[in-house]
Every structure is written in C-alpha cells, then in structure tokens.
Design a protein around this ligand. Structure first.
Ligand code: TTP
Ligand code: MG
Ligand code: MG
Length: 379
C-alpha cells in the first residue's frame, strides 16, 4: 500500500512539474510597439509631412535632443536622443517639429484600451508599447499571430497609425521579434526559428547588455548569441555575477519573467539593513543617497512623481521611527529626493543611538507631467 502511495505521489509530482513546464513553454506573449511614434502622429496630423524626413524633438538652439525621427530621416543617421543640432547637420532638409505630448498621450490611451479589450494581462512599457499575455484567451484555436494582426488592425482603425508586433512564448523573444520587421511588421519567433535567430544575434541586442557589458563581452571574445551559448553557466556567473544566469538562459531562449499587469501604487520605497549597528553619518547618508537613486529610478519607470518623502530608521533596539514631509511641488529627481531625505534624517537621528536600518519612501504619487519627463522615461 505504502509503495503504491509513493508511486502515485511521484506521478503527481512529475505531472505537476510537466504542467508547469508546459505552462511556461506554452505561454503566448505579444509585444506591440508603435512605429516612429511621435513622428508618425505628426505625419498623420499634417499631410504635408507624409513621406518626408520628419524629426520630432527639442529646439537645436535650446540644446534640445531628438525624440524620434521618421524612417526617411533615419536614413541620414538621425536617431533618438541625438542633439537636434547634430540632426540638423546630418539632415539639413529635414522637417523639424516640436513635440505635442497631448496628441501622443491621446493616441497612447486609445492603443492601451485596445490592448485591454483583448486581455487583462497587459504590461505597458512606455507610451507606445506593451506586452500582452494572451495565453488564457478563450480562443486557443486562433494562432497568436492572428490575434496580433487583429490588434494591429484595431490600432490602425482607431488611430490611423501603424505598429509592429512580435509574437513568441516569452517576453524577451516577443520584444526581440517586434523589432525585427519594423515598420509595420509582424514577426513570430517559435521553436523552429528561435535557435538560428539567437545564434546570429549581436551580443549588444541581448537585454541587459549595455555599452559597458558589450565591451566586456568583446574582451572575452563574445560577439553574438552563438558565442554566448558556448559559455558555461559557471563562466558567465564568474564574469557577470548574478546576471550570468539570466544571460545563460537568454542564449537558450529562456525567460521566465511574467507579464506584469500594472497595479495602482500608493508609494514607492526601498530600505536597507546594515550588517552591523551603524552610527557613522557619512556611511548612512551614502546609503540614503543610494536609496534615493533607486527610488527615483522606480518612479521614472512608473512615470510618476511624488508629493511626500518619508525617511524611516530602525534603532539598534529595533525601535522604528519615521518622519515625513509633504511637498507643494512633486519630486521625481534623485537629487531632490535625497535633499529632502537628508533633512528628514538629520531631524530624526539621535547622534548617540546607532541604527540598524534606513529606508526612503515616496508617496502620494501622481502622473509625472510631460514637461518634467526626461528622455530616460521612454527607454
Ligand atoms: P520608441 O518605440 O523607442 O521609438 P519609435 O516609436 O519612435 O520608433 P520605432 O519604434 O519605430 O523604432 O519610442 C517611442 C517614442 O518615445 C518615440 O516616438 C519618442 C519617444 N522617445 C523619446 O522621446 N526619446 C528617446 O530617446 C526614445 C528612445 C523615445
Ligand atoms: Mg516605437
Ligand atoms: Mg517603444
């Protein structure tokens, strides 16, 4: 009897594991990104700009930067984040337009509503793009690519704007796919083509491989997905720390990250516990700076600014103390958050009492106004 029980148990476990693997392998993820978004809106609203090299951005005289450029302008080498003055040199006959954020926001709202009409599991990444998990749609008979096509059609009908879609079984591959046939493209990455695509992929195109890591990769002879694939997991962890594991997986087309639906957040914050009780103001303030930086980063991701800043400390006797400041003008910048946190800390901290934890939280969040946005908000 006992033995049978064990066997059944084993079967159940194996079955459960199989189900989990299947669930991951069978996810259906779509990434949609609008084509030359700001520029396309401008071209839609002003027919004279049709087919022209259009550059949307700040003024060259005011040290402005390019928000985006139409594909015609990209042929001249113009791209996002480039100083507008430089764009003028590369493309002197371009049509330069200052951004109209309200128009982009209006288009964005229409697009996001279309996404939500297909699935509740939508993760917007910026005004013009989002991940959608359509695994649990009631029409499993429809290929994900057809659903992506329906969505693109709906977007075009509602906004007269084209978009590109990537369809795959995880977020990393879906996003990679959406960029492969831009503009106005639809690309599927599945088990048949994933290997070839990844092996040929430039190492800089793997998520998390920025400029610095790309150089480091080159130093180690890793130029593309194949070179990455050839590294052992142990070696990648040795070279890139915690990220090594993720990189090892990415080379194999594995990404377990779920599509995260946005929740309404009331506050954002981080805290750190010190390894030993701490009474060194310099070290604590250094930590507060790091926490302010992290908090600002998270606010930027959420495209929010905050009207309260709170500093919390826990004394060596585990007593929690906190102090909050409400602000007339919302903050989102790390320096502003730090300056307020610094004042709160000095008001809160007893010089004779060591602490074991410090935290910085911002609350009363509101949508960041576009005027305050930096280009980093779009990346
Ligand atoms: P992206 O989707 O990165 O670019 P895009 O839509 O202009 O072009 P495509 O997707 O076809 O390659 O960004 C969306 C919008 O965000 C873009 O139209 C303008 C804005 N943006 C900036 O303002 N600054 C930037 O540095 C970037 C990358 C984007
Ligand atoms: Mg885009
Ligand atoms: Mg985008």
């Amino acid at each position: 009897m006992k033995l049978t029980g064990k066997i059944i148990l084993r079967k159940c476990c194996a079955y459960k594991l199989l189900e989990e693997v299947k669930a991951l392998a069978e996810r259906r993820i779509i990434h949609i990104d609008m084509d030359y978004f700001f520029a396309q809106v401008e071209m839609r609203d002003n027919p004279k700009l049709q087919g022209k090299p259009v550059i949307v951005g700040g003024k060259a005289s005011g040290r402005g930067v390019v928000s985006t450029a139409s594909y015609e302008a990209r042929k001249y080498g113009v791209h996002s984040a480039m100083p507008t003055a430089q764009a003028h040199k590369l493309c002197p006959n371009g049509f330069y337009v200052t951004p109209r954020f309200e128009a982009y926001k209006a288009a964005s709202t229409l697009i996001m509503n279309i996404f939500k009409s297909y699935t509740d599991v939508v993760e917007p990444l910026s005004l013009d793009e989002a991940y959608l998990d359509i695994t649990h749609l009631v029409r499993p008979d429809l290929p994900a690519s057809s659903i992506a096509q329906y969505i693109r059609n709906d977007i075009f009908e509602a906004t007269q704007l084209t978009s590109s879609a990537g369809v795959s079984y995880n977020k990393f591959l879906a996003k990679l796919a959406s960029g492969m046939n831009k503009p106005n493209g639809l690309t599927v990455i599945d088990y048949r083509n994933v290997h070839d695509i990844l092996m040929a992929l430039d190492i800089g195109a793997f998520p998390g491989v920025g400029k610095a890591s790309k150089e480091k990769m080159h130093d180690y002879g890793i130029y593309n997905g194949q070179d990455l694939y050839d590294q052992s997991e142990r070696e990648l962890i040795r070279l890139f720390g915690k990220r090594g594991h993720g990189l090892y997986n990415k080379a194999r087309g594995i990404d377990y990250n779920p599509v995260k639906t946005t929740r309404i957040r009331k506050s954002v914050g981080t805290e750190r516990t010190f390894a030993t009780d701490m009474n060194d103001d310099d070290k604590i303030l250094q930590k507060i700076w790091e926490l302010s930086h992290k908090t600002a980063e998270r606010l930027a991701k959420l495209q929010k600014s905050a009207k309260t800043v709170t500093v919390k400390i826990k004394t060596f006797k585990f007593e929690s103390l906190s102090k909050q400041r409400s602000l007339r003008d919302p903050v989102r910048d790390e320096t502003d958050i730090y300056n307020i946190a610094y004042t709160l800390y000095t008001e809160l901290k007893d010089p004779d009492i060591p602490i074991r934890l410090v935290g910085v939280t911002v609350g009363n969040l509101e949508k960041a106004t576009y005027e305050n946005m930096t280009i980093y908000d779009y990346i």
